[in-house]
Structures are given as structure tokens and as C-alpha cells.
Design a protein around this ligand. Structure first.
Ligand code: UDP
Ligand code: MG
Length: 324
């Protein structure tokens, strides 16, 4: 399988059929061997039923069903999990992304990139509640993660399957995939994409998303910065405390050495206190090591060397209705 196209759907009944049709047209024209994966994120309208009907009519659509609404990132992660293609394309299910851009993504991937990110340079969303917060967020994400990307929030992205499958995805984390994947040394490119105003249904998000995204940014920063050896980072942090503690204690003891028979209690106390802070920092680092190695971040996967295989797209077989 060459291409997997993954779209999360939450109450998108008016869009599903058109979305499927436009994806099929865009990728069949290009002659790829592909599959489409729709993830129904617990929709309460007819989305699931329509998607299942479409899947019954053709072999190339698979539907993943959630019992309840888990959120866009979880839906994307589930789709990525079952995807079998060498290249995985994610996109929104509300027709705001345009499947006609897919061949551009594939072409860019063939240049040797691991992730290609869409940039909605002509974004058709509200200015105050969407475009301005997004501009600030993208600037901040670029600064904090040191992976500058103009439009992290654009769902239309392409990934080398072996890269995306090792990135942990939860909360609103799909926005930070490029930053997380950069840990593996992934090569990232950005291309301009079309963007349409929402035709049907309504946006599932309000301003509350901003807070979640900010907290996720903190998590990502911690993972990207500290993941490899938390103990080393905490150890470095504790170093000034140990140094000052040592100086304070030695100074406190000077009168004793001079035969005074006393010690400077205030300094000695400060020294012991700072030394204790240093010890707690080191212990914090040790606990960090434990959490990171046993927790839900599969960091072992993120830091194993990435072996790159060429895509075999040149021998694209013409699409037929067989499942391969
Ligand atoms: N979505 C989802 N689960 C959710 C919220 C959204 O699967 O809990 C899907 C939604 O159906 C759409 C995509 O994620 O396909 C983007 O959502 P939306 O259009 O509401 O976001 P916006 O474009 O307003 O940022
Ligand atoms: Mg949308």
C-alpha cells in the first residue's frame, strides 16, 4: 500500500460523501495505490451510517468507529494506527482541506522528506477567534520547540509511516507532531495548500482550545528537551545549588579552623538547606527517568534510530477495486 488518507469525522454528515468523492477523484487521477480511513469520533448524527454505506460500496474505504467522542487527536491517532500505507496523509473531514493538494504532498515526500506540513496561506476562518490566536500560537510554538512552522494547526499533512507511528499522540497533540518528530531527526518541509470556508455543520472548537494547546506545548517542551536523560538535566540544574552550599558550609566553618571554636550558624544552615535542594533536584531527575521509561510516552521508540526506506511510488499500479 502506498498511500493512506486519514480523516477524523465528528458530526460531519453533510460533508462525508463529498469528501470521499473528492479524495477518490484526486488520488485515482494520480494513479496511486491507496486506502481511505474515516474515523468516526462518536458522531451523534448520520456520519457513521453514511461512512459505513460508502465503505460497503468500495473496498478502499475503511471506517474506524469510536463509541463516544474522544477528540480530533485521538481520532487521528486511531486512523494512523490502522493505516497500512508507506505515506500517511491526514486531513480534516469538513471539506476545509482540499484533497486536490494530495499529489503535491506526495511529490514533496518523494524528494526525501519525512513530514510535509500544509500552510493555509489563504485561511478561510474567523479573524479574531481563529487566525489571530493561531498566529500567536505558531510563533510561540516555533520559539519554544525550535521547530519553526508557519501553520501547526493545519491538519493536511503527510508523514512517512515509520516516523508518525512512533510519535505519541493524545490531548491536542497532533499540532506538535513536527516538533516531536524532529527528535527522531525527521526532515520537515512546508507547502502552501488551499483552504475553504466551512460549508456544512459547525466548528467543534471555541477559545478554550487555546489553554489546552498552551499546556500541551509545555508537555512537548518537556518531552523534547528532557526526554533523553531527565537525570542529566536535573543534575545540571542542581549543580549551582551544590556549589553555593559547599561555599556556604566551608565559610561557616572558617572560624572553627582558625581556632575560634565556633561556626557561623546562619551560613551553615543556608548551606545545608541549599544542599538539600540540590539532592531533591537529583532525586526529581531520577524519578523523571523512571516515569519516562515506564510511562505512556514511548520514548524508547522516539529515540531509536530512524531507518529510511525509499518509497516505491514510481511503480504505481492503476487503481482497481481489489484490496491488496
Ligand atoms: N473533529 C473530531 N473530533 C472532535 C472535534 C473535531 O473528529 O472532537 C474533526 C472534525 O469533524 C473535523 C476536524 O476534526 O473533521 C477539524 O475540526 P473543526 O473543523 O471543528 O476544527 P476547525 O477547522 O474549526 O479548527
Ligand atoms: Mg474545520
Amino acid at each position: 500500500m502506498q498511500l493512506s488518507i486519514v480523516a477524523p469525522l465528528y458530526n460531519e454528515e453533510e460533508s462525508v460523501e463529498m469528501l470521499h468523492e473528492s479524495i477518490v477523484v484526486a488520488v485515482s487521477d494520480a494513479g496511486y495505490d491507496y486506502e481511505v480511513i474515516f474515523v468516526d469520533d462518536g458522531s451523534r448524527d448520520k456520519t457513521l451510517q453514511i461512512a459505513n454505506d460508502l465503505a460497503l460500496r468500495g473496498d478502499r474505504l475503511r471506517v474506524v468507529e469510536f463509541r463516544r467522542n474522544y477528540g480530533q487527536t485521538a481520532a487521528m491517532a486511531a486512523g494512523i494506527d490502522v493505516a497500512q500505507g508507506d505515506i500517511i496523509i491526514t486531513m480534516d473531514g469538513d471539506l476545509q482541506n482540499d484533497p486536490r493538494d494530495i499529489p503535491k504532498f506526495v511529490a514533496k515526500m518523494q524528494e526525501g522528506y519525512d513530514i510535509v506540513v500544509g500552510w493555509r496561506h489563504n485561511r478561510q476562518d474567523k479573524l479574531v477567534s481563529r487566525k489571530i490566536p493561531s498566529k500567536i500560537a505558531n510563533w510561540l510554538i516555533g520559539k519554544v520547540t525550535a521547530v519553526p512552522i508557519k501553520d501547526n494547526g493545519c491538519s493536511l499533512k503527510a508523514y512517512r509511516a515509520s516516523v508518525i507511528k512512533r510519535v505519541p499522540l493524545y490531548s491536542e497533540m497532533h499540532r506538535f507532531i513536527p516538533a516531536m518528530a524532529s527528535m527522531t531527526g525527521a526532515r520537515i518541509a512546508e507547502i502552501k495548500v488551499r483552504h475553504h470556508a466551512r460549508q456544512f455543520g459547525e466548528s467543534k472548537y471555541g477559545l478554550s482550545r487555546i489553554y489546552k494547546v498552551l499546556l500541551d506545548l509545555l508537555t512537548v517542551k518537556t518531552i523534547v528537551g528532557f526526554a533523553q536523560r531527565p537525570l542529566v538535566w536535573f543534575g545540571l540544574l542542581s549543580l549551582p545549588f551544590f556549589l553555593i552550599s559547599l561555599v556556604a558550609i566551608v565559610t561557616a566553618l572558617i572560624p572553627l579552623f582558625l581556632g575560634d571554636g565556633t561556626i557561623i550558624m546562619a551560613l551553615a544552615g543556608t548551606g545545608v538547606l541549599l544542599g538539600a535542594v540540590g539532592i531533591f533536584l537529583v532525586l526529581g531527575g531520577a524519578v523523571g527517568e523512571l516515569i519516562f521509561s515506564t510511562g505512556k510516552f514511548d520514548l524508547a521508540k522516539l529515540s531509536t534510530p530512524l531507518v529510511v526506506q525509499e518509497f516505491n511510488l514510481s511503480q504505481a499500479s492503476p487503481p482497481d477495486n481489489q484490496v491488496s
